[in-house]
Design a protein around this ligand. Structure first.
Ligand code: ATP
Length: 353
């Protein structure tokens, strides 16, 4: 399996280095033959290449079996004419990575204020309120006058149907329950279309229970009884917000793993951003990106019919669970280890198992 590794900004290089340590260990233990190609995006790329992401990276990503993308300083990148492109959007849009799969769960060794839960947010990734990807040309955010601005939210039947199918297929392998999250009481046409398409797909999965919640009510239900959810299917921005909440509820945003998957390509990417407030201090939790890579290995294994990759993904999940139970973790989840030593300890655990 060939992976393109792009460390990104802020805590990106630190958590990516720890992730590489773990990937090398899991490759050795399961004889996966992982080949890692290293390159740059974000500020490091802007400095050297004059752009935060280069077109040739797209060819490299297409030739790879997956991309590992560290968080990037999206907020800094404002002007595409100056090479300031959002690398995350660049890959999601150009590789058509329409499904952002974001699991969140509690861990036995890590107390939280919530009932134990295990859920997955399945977020549409290519349209919605995301102005940088919802237009064929131009941008979905418009400054009409200095005092008037407009943002367009695009919802299409095709994108709703394919994200719904990704969610129902996942639920069929898990708890057989899908919750559709929307705001169709106000966004009657767009979220009405989302619900309509999701329900058409639901009819193909008679064994999967389906219900729906308005997004504001969802926030209350997520806090009150997260254990009632299995797979949550929702549109782009609602999914982005909800999945940060559920990642933090699991103990830390630093546990938020995620994969961006399309039909032919996939990209591992932590749910959180570049966390500049803790960058360079060796305290960032690398589990978000490590768990994202476990999702990528699992995706590859299923797609290629190679169960050893699924076994490797399970081994990473188990090793993370054990590390959290024994406290071999970073301070955000109650440990005393640094980012680097957390990666090393996890790699040692994988090799010893
Ligand atoms: P960006 O502008 O790139 O989105 P941000 O700081 O606004 O960065 P996040 O990176 O999502 O947003 O982080 C929010 C907060 O969560 C950070 O201030 C940090 O304290 C915490 N955090 C995020 N990721 C981690 C991590 N991997 N380990 C520990 N804490 C984290």
């Amino acid at each position: 399996m060939r992976l393109l590794v792009l460390p990104g900004d802020g805590i990106g290089p630190e958590i990516t280095a720890a992730t590489v340590t773990v990937l090398e260990a899991v490759s050795r233990r399961f004889e996966l033959g992982l080949v890692l190609d290293h390159d740059v995006v974000g500020h490091a790329s802007l400095k050297v290449h004059g752009a935060t992401v280069r077109p040739e990276l797209l060819d490299m990503a297409r030739a790879s079996d997956g991309v590992v993308l560290g968080p990037t300083a999206t907020f800094d990148f404002k002007d595409e004419a100056k090479g300031e492109i959002n690398p995350s959007m660049f890959f999601r849009k150009n590789l058509d990575l329409f499904a952002n799969i974001r699991p969140s769960r509690t861990y036995p060794g890590l107390p939280t204020r919530f009932n134990p839960f295990d859920l997955v947010v399945v977020r549409e990734n290519t349209e919605g309120f995301y102005a940088d990807r919802n237009m064929a040309q131009g941008n979905g955010e418009i400054l009409v006058t200095d005092d008037v601005s407009i943002a367009l939210r695009r919802i299409t039947r095709q994108c709703c149907a394919r994200i719904a199918r990704a969610g129902f297929e996942l639920a069929a392998r898990r708890g057989k329950h899908v919750t559709l999250v929307h705001k169709a009481n106000v966004l009657k046409i767009t979220d009405g279309m989302f619900l309509e398409e999701c329900r058409k797909v639901a009819a193909e999965f008679p064994d999967v229970k389906v219900d729906d919640l308005i997004v504001d009510a969802m926030m209350a239900h997520a806090i009150r009884a997260p254990e009632r959810f299995d797979v949550i299917v929702t549109t782009n921005m609602f999914g982005d917000i909800l999945s940060d909440l559920t990642a933090e509820m699991s103990g830390s945003l630093g546990l938020g793993g995620s994969i961006n998957a399309g039909t032919d390509h996939a990209m591992a990417q932590a749910s959180h951003g570049s966390a500049p407030d803790i960058a360079g201090r060796d305290i960032a939790n690398p589990f978000s990106l490590i768990l994202s890579c476990a999702l990528l290995l699992d995706w590859h294994g299923r797609r290629k019919g190679l169960p050893v990759f699924e076994a490797a993904a399970n081994a990473i999940d188990t090793a993370v669970e054990q590390a959290l139970a024994t406290g071999e973790v970073t301070p955000d989840v109650g440990g005393k280890l640094g980012t680097r030593t957390t990666g090393e300890a996890l790699a040692a655990r994988l090799l010893a198992a």
